[in-house]
Design a protein around this ligand. Structure first.
Ligand code: AMP
Ligand code: MG
Length: 476
């Protein structure tokens, strides 16, 4: 195991120079304390969980100290936000501290979110508040535990610095881990500013660091694009199969790794509702739950546009068109697993649709119903208004269902505990009063979401009335 003080850094992105990022020093939090840390994320960079208890840990992840071999930089990128192009975004409140090289030979970006202002802060203060930092921490770690591709979160620290949003709040920092922080918007920035040499360099860098297996292909750029599309389609399939709404699917929030990235006002569905919009600021419902696949495809078309200097346009169009079938295939696989169906059959999609329609009509809790189904619980029927219709569906389901092996697998695919908005809200309210026990308890439950814990029955329930329609604002 490495120790915290002497992590090995290999800052490959920083070495690309000032065209791609700007050196910036973090602005420390006042009187910093540790809110929470993730033992499994710590292991990714060879740290033992106990190291989170050291003073050094809190100092490093609140901007007070920095490794001599780290090289904090703010990255430049642009992107399409809510359908419109924004020419200059970039890390306005986060810094790539450096790339840790772990003992397995993997590189992990350490990104400190909420580290103060940068040349890309525009009108912002460069800060993140406690509630959004906790939400990103819990979201990343909960998705990971469900098996959903995502960036990770190492820890959250809190300071006394006041931050002004709708009300006065406290500044916090989140340490995000990812094997890359390159977004679709990085490519768009160099394409739209007509810096094609830099675009080429970025592409080569991404191939070398994220997609080395594509380098031996006759057309490495195309092979990489195909892989990004495939991974993105898989990620969206996970979101749709588990009721995850991202909320801000702008191209600057789309990772080139095809993982869930930049958590904002996200939500897991409680009552099943295909039209659910989790972002209070998304008035048009552009990023509504059922639109996520089409939006991902639209975003992939934006990425394709930025790659037109290197890949033939007609070829790219064909690739973009392959998104929906790829998505559908993964989605059906995941849903079959949740339903305990043994093999693929024609008509599976329709039968799944029928169940979802019944849930939609009844306002049934999505996660709870699928868990009850996997448990073969007779209580499930009561979650539907039209019980006869449900019985007819259920009879078909019993025909489709596999044996013991599939049922055991279904129990491992249907979480008992889910990061519901109201649970996050309870944990945040306590943390804002200085009590971090609730956020830590929730994190513990969510790291093993398929295992029932004693004394945690209320965490497995559908939300109480007050917790059903919480509005999550974009101001974070
Ligand atoms: P997000 O909504 O977090 O994906 O951020 C979109 C863009 O706004 C990114 O360029 C962020 O760096 C920037 N941004 C968001 N919040 C702030 C803030 N408080 N200060 C400076 N820049 C910010
Ligand atoms: Mg963002």
């Amino acid at each position: 195991m490495a120790s915290l003080a002497d992590l090995q850094f290999d800052n490959r992105f920083a070495q690309l120079g000032d065209t791609f990022s700007t050196r910036v020093t973090p602005e420390p939090l006042q009187n910093p304390r540790l809110v929470i840390s993730s033992p499994s994320a710590m292991r990714l960079i060879d740290l033992t969980p106990e190291e989170a208890n050291s003073e050094l840990f809190t100092e490093l992840f609140s901007g007070h100290k920095i490794w001599s071999s780290a090289e904090p930089r703010a990255m430049v990128y642009s992107g399409h936000q809510f359908g419109g192009y924004n020419p200059k975004l970039g890390d306005g409140r986060g810094l790539l501290l450096g790339e840790v090289l772990n003992q397995a030979g993997e590189h992990w970006d350490l990104h400190l979110k909420g580290a103060g202002s940068t040349p890309y802060s525009r009108m912002g203060d460069g800060r993140a508040v406690l509630r959004s930092s906790i939400r990103e921490f819990l979201g990343s770690e909960a998705l990971h535990a469900l098996g959903i591709p995502t960036s990770r979160a190492l820890c959250v620290t809190l300071g006394d610095n006041p931050v002004y949003r709708e009300r006065e709040e406290r500044a916090a920092m989140l340490l995000r881990l990812s094997q890359s922080h390159i977004r679709f918007g990085h490519f768009e920035y160099f394409y739209y500013t007509r810096q094609h040499d830099a675009l080429r360099e970025l592409l080569n860098f991404t191939l070398r660091t994220c997609y080395p297996e594509c380098l031996t292909d006759a057309q490495p750029e195309l092979a990489m694009y195909r892989e990004v599309l495939k991974r993105t389609a898989e990620m969206i399939a996970w979101w749709q199969a588990y009721g995850f709404c991202h909320g801000v699917m702008n191209t600057d929030n789309m990772s080139i790794l095809g993982i869930t990235f930049d958590f904002g006002p996200y939500a897991f569905l409680d009552a099943f509702d295909v039209r659910h919009v989790c972002n209070h600021s998304d008035h048009e419902g552009r990023y509504a739950f059922h639109r996520q696949p089409a939006i991902a495809q639209w975003n992939l078309a934006c990425l394709a546009q930025a790659l037109t200097p290197f890949i033939d346009v007609e070829t790219l169009k064909t690739e973009v068109a392959s998104f929906m079938p790829t998505f559908e295939q993964h989605y059906l696989e995941l849903m079959r697993r949740r339903l305990g169906w043994a093999d693929a059959q024609r008509g599976d999609g329709d039968l799944i649709e029928q169940l979802l329609q019944l849930m939609q009509d009844s306002g049934s809790d999505f996660t709870l119903c699928l868990r009850l189904l996997a448990e073969d619980s007779t209580a499930l029927r009561d979650h539907f208004v039209d019980r006869d219709a449900f019985d007819r569906w259920h009879a078909e389901h019993l025909h489709r269902r596999g044996g013991n092996a599939e049922q055991a697998e279904a129990l491992q695919a249907n979480p008992i505990y889910l990061l519901r908005n109201y649970l996050a809200q309870n944990a945040i309210a306590a943390a804002e009063q200085g009590d971090f026990t609730e956020v830590r308890k929730l994190h513990d439950l969510l790291t093993t979401p398929f295992t029932r814990q004693t004394d945690a029955e209320e965490y497995a329930a559908a939300p109480p009335d007050w917790g059903k329609h919480l509005e999550i604002s974009c101001s974070s």
